[in-house]
Design a protein around this ligand. Structure first.
Ligand SMILES: NC(=O)c1ccc[n+]([C@@H]2O[C@H](COP(=O)([O-])OP(=O)(O)OC[C@H]3O[C@@H](n4cnc5c(N)ncnc54)[C@H](O)[C@@H]3O)[C@@H](O)[C@H]2O)c1
Length: 349
C-alpha cells in the first residue's frame, strides 16, 4: 500500500490533481485496535469517499476467531455487501517479458496476453434460495442450491463489460451454459440485447466448458470475458494462474454507475496477506499499484493517468526488475525488494 500511495502521489504531482486520502483500519489491524474487523468509522469514511483502495486482510493471528468475526468474512464481504459491489473485474495480464512465469506452454502465451474477466458477484448459485440439506425417508441425503438471476442483474453487469471493452480491445466474450441452463438462456438473450447499445463492441458467446479450454489454448483470443458468479469464480482463478504470479494481479469490485458514468468501487490486489513473506519487505507491490490504476480509471475517470501507471509497470518489467515471486534468474533480470520496485515504477512514470 505504501508503494501504491507513492505512485498516486507521483501522478498527483505531475497532473496537478489533488488526491485526498483517508486511511482507515480494517481486518486484523482493526480487530487489534478496535475489537472489530470492520469498525463503524471505517464504513463512514468509505461512504464519504469516491473509492476504496484496499490492502489485503487476514492471517494466522486471527484464525481462532468465529468465522464471521475473522478479517475476511467480518470485513471484506460486509464491505462488498454494504456498497452493493456487484461487478468484479480482474485483469489477467501476462507481460511479454514474463511469459516464463506462466505455467502454459510458451508458444501459447508468446507475446503475452491481456484478458479482463468481469464476474457478476452478488447473484446466482451462491445467494439463490432455497438452499437446503435434508435426510430423506429412505435415509439418503438431498442437498439443494438454487441459481437465481433477474434480468436487471444481467443488464447491469453487461453494461460494465461493454463499457470496459470500449476502453480496451472492443470485444466481449460472454460465457454461459445456454445449452443446459434456463439462467444462461436469459443471460445470452440479455447480452445480445444490451450489445445493441454498443455498436463499436463485438460480442461472442462461449459455453463455459469451452471457455475453460480456450483460456488455456488461446488466451490471446480474449479481450473482455463476462460471466455469472460461479463460472466467474472458477474462470478468474484459471486466468490468474495462466497469467503468472498472484503478486501482479489487481482487481476492482464495482457498484452501480453514478450519474457521471463513474463507479464507486473497492480496489484490491487479488492475493491475500502473504504471511509467509510478510514484514520482510520483499512482497511484489505491483498488484496494489495496478489496483490504484483501476481506481483512477473506474472511480475517478482518469484514463490517461491509469494508462500511465500501467505503462510504467510494463516498462519496469521490460527493464528486467523482478521481485522474488517473479524472479527466474533469466539473463537481463535483477532481483529487487518492494521499495525498489515501487521506486522504479515512480521513476518510470
Ligand atoms: N482479499 C483479501 O484480503 C484476501 C484474499 C486472499 C486471502 N486472504 C487472506 O490472506 C491470508 C493468506 O492467504 P493465502 O496464503 O491463502 O494466500 P496469499 O495470496 O496471501 O498467498 C499465496 C502465495 O502467494 C504469494 N503472494 C501473494 N501476494 C504476493 C505478493 N504481493 N508478492 C509476492 N508474493 C505474493 C504468497 O507469498 C504465498 O506464497 C489468509 O488469512 C487469507 O484469508 C485475503
Amino acid at each position: 500500500m505504501a508503494q501504491a500511495l507513492l505512485v498516486l502521489d507521483s501522478i498527483a504531482a505531475k497532473s496537478g490533481i489533488h488526491f485526498e486520502y483517508n486511511p482507515q483500519l480494517v481486518g486484523g489491524a482493526a480487530i487489534d485496535a478496535a475489537g472489530k474487523a470492520l469498525p463503524a468509522e471505517t464504513i463512514a469514511a468509505c461512504e464519504a469517499s469516491d473509492a476504496i483502495l484496499f490492502g489485503s486482510v487476514g492471517g494466522p493471528k486471527w484464525e481462532h476467531l468465529p468465522p464471521n468475526e475473522q478479517p475476511e468474512r467480518g470485513a471484506l464481504l460486509p464491505l462488498r455487501k454494504h456498497f452493493g459491489l456487484f461487478a468484479n473485474l480482474r485483469p489477467g495480464i501476462c507481460y511479454p517479458a514474463l511469459t516464463a512465469s506462466s505455467p502454459v506452454r510458451p508458444d501459447l502465451v508468446e507475446g503475452g496476453f491481456d484478458v479482463l474477466c468481469v464476474r457478476e458477484l452478488t447473484g446466482g448459485l451462491y445467494f439463490g434460495q432455497p438452499k437446503s440439506r435434508d435426510t430423506l425417508p429412505d435415509g439418503d441425503i438431498q442437498v439443494i442450491d438454487t441459481m437465481v438471476y433477474k434480468k436487471s442483474e444481467i443488464v447491469r453487469i453487461a453494461h460494465v463489460a461493454f463499457k470496459a471493452a470500449q476502453l480496451r480491445g472492443k470485444h466481449v466474450t460472454s460465457v454461459d451454459k445456454a445449452n443446459v441452463l434456463t439462467n444462461s438462456v436469459l443471460w445470452r438473450e440479455t447480452m445480445i440485447e444490451v450489445a445493441k447499445e454498443y455498436t463499436d463492441v463485438t460480442l461472442a458467446h462461449l459455453y463455459v466448458d469451452n471457455a475453460a479450454m480456450q483460456l488455456i489454448k488461446a488466451p490471446r483470443s480474449f479481450d473482455v470475458l463476462v460471466t455469472e458468479n460461479l463460472f466467474g469464480d472458477i474462470l478468474s482463478d484459471e486466468m490468474a494462474m495462466i497469467a503468472g504470479s498472484l503478486g501482479m494481479l489487481a482487481s476492482a469490485s464495482l457498484g452501480q454507475p453514478k450519474g457521471d458514468g463513474l463507479y464507486f468501487g473497492l480496489f484490491e490486489p487479488s492475493g491475500g496477506t502473504a504471511p509467509d513473506i510478510a514484514g520482510k519487505g520483499i512482497a511484489n507491490p505491483i498488484a496494489q499499484i495496478l489496483s490504484a490504476a483501476l481506481l483512477l480509471r473506474f472511480s475517478l475517470g482518469l484514463e490517461n493517468e491509469a494508462l500511465a501507471i500501467e505503462n510504467a509497470v510494463k516498462n519496469v518489467i521490460g527493464d528486467g526488475l523482478r521481485t522474488g515471486d517473479i524472479f527466474t534468474s533469466a539473463p537481463g533480470t535483477r532481483l529487487v525488494n518492494t521499495a525498489e520496485m515501487g521506486a522504479a515504477i515512480v521513476a518510470a512514470l
